[in-house]
Design a binder for this molecule. Structure first.
Ligand code: FE
Length: 228
């Protein structure tokens, strides 16, 4: 499998490109509108065809490229079944498996950061969106976020994956690029040695400002990033 991690500096967003070398089919996870041309160039340079674009959740800090990539390539757009973005062409439920050539992506419903967040497992990699970050976890104070649900998703689903599974989040702000389930079990300051109530107390007292782009990004993303 071809695998690339891309970064959108302004929002600290990671985007992932997965390509099947036999079928030449590719999928992209959490693409950012401003970087669409970069993705398309890379896809062309790697001799791939984009067949699917996926958002782990409705982002509040950047505008998604799902609609643009669909319009330019005809790819399928995918989100979890609880998303309010009815612009997507396909929704997935917990346990569903997406196939992109020989690549399989298992869909895990992992609410908490938002009530519609999904994670995606492919082999020894998990794409966690903003539910589980590296040495952190996604805020739970808007878009149906729920600290208890976040704990349950992380402990009950993500931390039951094999320990060597590599963790690829949708964001990082501190220079981390990849972690593992084992590392996050042992070294995540919000989770390690904490119980559910302690985690809820931490998350409910983060007191973070709203993302700068929120008022623009959320409505735009409910239209897959298109202006109308
Ligand atoms: Fe988010």
């Amino acid at each position: 499998m071809l695998f690339r991690q891309l970064f959108h500096q302004e929002s600290g967003t990671y985007t992932y490109l997965l390509g099947c070398e036999e079928s030449k089919k590719a999928t992209i996870i959490d693409p950012v509108l401003e970087n669409s041309q970069q993705y398309l160039k890379l896809i062309e340079q790697l001799d791939l065809n984009l067949s699917m674009a996926i958002d782990t959740h409705t982002h509040a800090d950047h505008v998604t490229a799902l609609g643009e990539l669909r319009d330019l390539t005809g790819c399928t757009t995918v989100m979890g079944e609880h998303s309010k973005a009815d612009c997507v062409s396909k929704t997935v439920g917990d346990g569903d498996v997406l196939e992109i050539g020989s690549i399989e992506l298992k869909c895990l419903y992992t609410p908490g950061h938002t009530n519609e967040s999904f994670s995606f497992v492919s082999g020894n990699r998990v794409f966690t969106g903003d539910v589980l970050l590296i040495r952190g976890s996604g805020r739970t104070d808007f878009q149906g976020g729920d600290a208890g649900a976040s704990w349950d998703s992380i402990q009950g689903k993500l931390f039951t994956l094999p320990e060597q599974t590599l963790v690829y989040p949708a964001h990082d702000y501190k220079g981390w690029t990849v972690s593992s389930i084992a590392e996050e079990k042992r070294h995540n300051p919000r989770l390690t040695g904490k119980n559910r109530q302690q985690y809820i107390d931490i998350m409910n007292n983060l007191d973070l400002p709203d993302p700068k782009m929120m008022d623009i990004a959320v409505p735009a993303n409910l239209r897959c990033g298109r202006s109308s």
